[in-house]
Design a protein around this ligand. Structure first.
Ligand code: 13P
Length: 286
């Protein structure tokens, strides 16, 4: 089917108590492999590309491959631009048929985040595209002081519920990414999510919530977050590691045909992606 709007799939997930997995892809071979899993698991799915992936592959190739693969699919597929803070990049996604964009003003002061996000919402909604905003700051695990759940004040900026309410009302975003203890990348310690904060945000914010930094969050913690209104969970690092690990093993052999060398990488990616769908409770929802 054609690409779908997240405003169709996320509220449905929030209402039914599951989350739609948002899977970052980094090369084009990953796209049909991920959609094959979504079909097999009967799960809605969000495929997302970061600026790095856009720089690597280009908008045209990404849009063409994802649209063609989604058309062959019987499950809803969203194409999302992940972590964009440049307005020009967002316009590029709108021009190339992405059905969702993230306006990431999370490292800006509050008022500037509101301005950037509201400006993106205006352009995106005019094009019929949904917008995810972020309030609070989810750091990368590699940043000093970013140990999961440590709340190191210099890098970790937890989302404040009353500010989240104001942010959503003033910007008109369709979903909100929140900082409640996760980080991007692998955890050095078991993360502790601030579930009370999440519930307080949920009570004030009418749109579906988004959790970044899904890799490595223990199942029960992730499910507790989903039960408190998280309807989209982002996964990148573990998928990347699965693909690379499979490729590394294949390269140890004598095979030189790229199509064959890639098979173990894609299979490992698929096993990881299927696990994420089950973790999110999105399996069997289509
Ligand atoms: P992980 O790499 O920690 O899974 O985070 C992914 C993410 O949040 C992408 O926006």
């Amino acid at each position: 089917m054609p690409l779908v709007d997240p405003r169709e799939v996320l509220p449905r997930a929030a209402a039914a108590g599951y989350a739609v997995p948002a899977l970052n892809f980094h090369s084009l071979d990953m796209v049909p492999a991920l959609l094959e899993v979504a079909e097999a698991e009967r799960s809605p799915v969000i495929l997302q590309a970061s600026k790095g992936t856009i720089d690597f592959l280009g908008f045209e190739a990404i849009a063409a491959v994802v649209q063609a693969a989604a058309r062959r699919c019987r499950v809803p597929v969203v194409l999302h631009l992940d972590h964009a803070s440049e307005y020009g990049l967002i316009l590029g996604a709108l021009r190339h048929g992405f059905t969702s964009v993230m306006a990431d003003g999370s490292s800006l002061p509050f008022e500037e985040n509101v301005s950037l996000t509201a400006k993106v919402v205006q352009a995106a909604h005019a094009a019929g595209v949904a917008v995810e905003g972020e309030l609070g700051y989810v750091p990368r695990a590699a940043e000093p002081g970013a140990e999961a759940g440590s709340g190191a004040p210099e890098v970790y900026d937890f989302t404040r519920p009353e500010q989240a309410e104001e942010f959503v009302a003033r910007t008109g975003v369709d979903s909100l990414a929140v900082a409640v203890g996760t980080v991007h990348g692998l955890y050095r310690e078991t993360p502790r999510l601030d579930l009370e904060r999440l519930a307080a945000i949920r009570a004030r914010v009418p749109v579906p919530l988004v959790l970044h930094g899904g890799s490595g969050v223990p199942a029960e913690m992730l499910q507790a977050a989903i039960a408190r209104g998280v309807a989209k969970v982002n996964f990148a690092t573990e998928l990347k590691h699965a693909w690379t690990g499979g490729l590394r093993a294949a390269l140890a052999g004598e095979e030189t045909d790229p199509r064959k060398v890639l098979q173990p990488a894609l299979r490992a990616l698929q096993v990881e992606a299927a696990a994420k769908m089950r973790l999110c409770g999105s399996r069997g929802r289509v």
